[in-house]
Write a protein that binds this ligand. Structure first.
Ligand code: UD1
Length: 369
């Protein structure tokens, strides 16, 4: 039996872990024992607990409860807590997801204890070092034993950095995207179990879905203002309402800038709190168009054949843009409205299978064993 420690902490990691835990329960539990550690980076019920309940992620065996803080303080508390767990009993490896501070902490703690690191969603690059996520993913990749790349672009990024040569150990594996596994699995569940469309009074194809949570957008008032203005003007241009589920940080920043709060009162703006994964899945499937600065939401839009306006200066998921299913509009009001208009007038019809075969979790587990 192999004992693996899975580290999760932020909302998207709980979602990604669901795919692997589900696959372990279905076919690998005789060979793999998964032990889950929640750092506590996300702690609000609607940012954390709801995902465990809804996605059937096993209860964490360890909960560090670190909460919020500066990057240094938060990462340090997590690193110390993870190290303590890794020292208390032998583990055959640690599973880390994505690019959050929880990922970074797990990589540092495990690397110093010579515990093999398995990085899921390896090789993504924005080439923008001002993003905390870019720092986290580069460090985690460099320390990893097995790097599970979701796309060919991610494999190419790692090869360009020398992975696979003697000086840069770490084996790169093209596994496909574990988020695609989840979207396939949960799309049907959401359609059966979820009444969010009725609750918000929405019709299929009858609204635009938007999310904004990146530090690079929320923490710069002029960028946040330009994006919100872009959403408001998109309502006017398309005649469709904008549904905006709000991350707690975004809500806090808007509340601190009185001019912005008024924009949320525009007719057609439907602001909600953070939604569950099933609710988001259903809203993504039925939206006319998605506008987001989230990496995960960009991809989910693509999985569900929805065009996407990307509210960032660049994207890690370049294949979405290359296939004309997404347009980079940055935090530029005019570009946001133009992108919206273009994608609605000429919706893409080609959404090829760029993210694997829906069995990334099994490929990952077979490789681990
Ligand atoms: C983190 C990840 C980001 C990911 C996002 C998903 C890092 C560096 N970034 O960003 O890549 O896309 O998670 O949501 O790890 N807060 C609450 N309640 C919570 C959690 C956070 O109110 O349950 C507030 C706090 O004010 C906190 C702020 O949100 O300071 C930001 O949270 P933080 O943990 O720093 O990261 P995210 O911005 O969520």
């Amino acid at each position: 039996m192999k004992h693996l420690l899975t580290v999760i902490g932020a909302r998207p990691q709980i979602i990604k872990a669901a795919a692997l835990s589900r696959a372990i329960a279905a076919g690998y539990s005789d060979r793999i024992a998964e032990h889950i550690l929640h750092t506590g980076q996300h702690y609000d019920a609607n940012m954390s607990q709801v995902f465990f309940d809804e996605l059937a992620v096993p209860r964490p065996e360890y909960n560090l409860g670190v909460g919020s803080g500066t990057h240094g303080a938060q990462t340090a508390r997590m690193t110390a807590g993870i190290e303590e767990v890794l020292l208390a009993r032998p583990f055959d490896g640690i599973i880390l997801y994505g690019d959050t501070n929880s990922t970074l902490a797990g990589a540092i703690a495990a690397a110093k204890l010579h515990i093999p690191i398995f990085h899921i969603e390896a090789g993504l690059r924005s080439f923008n070092m001002t993003m905390p996520e870019e720092v986290n993913r580069i460090v985690c990749d460099r320390l990893s034993t097995l790097l599970f790349a979701p796309t060919q672009t991610a494999v190419d990024n790692l090869r360009a950095e020398g992975f696979g040569t003697p000086n840069v150990p770490g084996r790169v594996v093209l596994s496909g995207d574990i988020m695609y596994d989840n979207s396939i699995h949960f799309a049907a569940v959401a359609a059966r179990r979820c009444d969010i469309m009725q609750r918000l009074g929405l019709e299929p194809e009858g609204y635009l879905l938007a999310t904004v949570h990146r530090a690079g957008n929320t923490d710069q008032p002029e960028r946040l203002a330009a994006i919100l203005e872009g959403l408001v003007q998109s309502i006017g241009t398309t005649g469709l309402p904008v549904v905006l589920p709000m991350h707690p940080r975004t809500r806090a920043r808007i509340a601190a800038l009185p001019g912005l709060a008024a924009l949320l009162e525009t007719p057609g703006m439907q602001v909600t709190g953070p939604l569950s994964f099933l609710e988001m899945t259903l809203l993504e499937q039925n939206a006319r168009l998605v506008m987001t600065d989230s990496g995960g939401v960009q991809k989910e839009a693509f999985f569900f054949r929805r065009p996407c306006v990307i509210l960032r200066p660049e994207t890690e998921w370049v294949e979405i843009v290359d296939h004309h299913a997404g347009i980079i509009a940055d935090a530029d009001t005019g570009r946001i409205v133009d992108a919206c208009r273009t994608l609605i007038a000429n919706p893409p019809d080609d959404y090829p299978a760029l993210f694997g075969d829906g069995h990334a979790a099994e490929h990952i587990l077979d490789t681990l064993l």
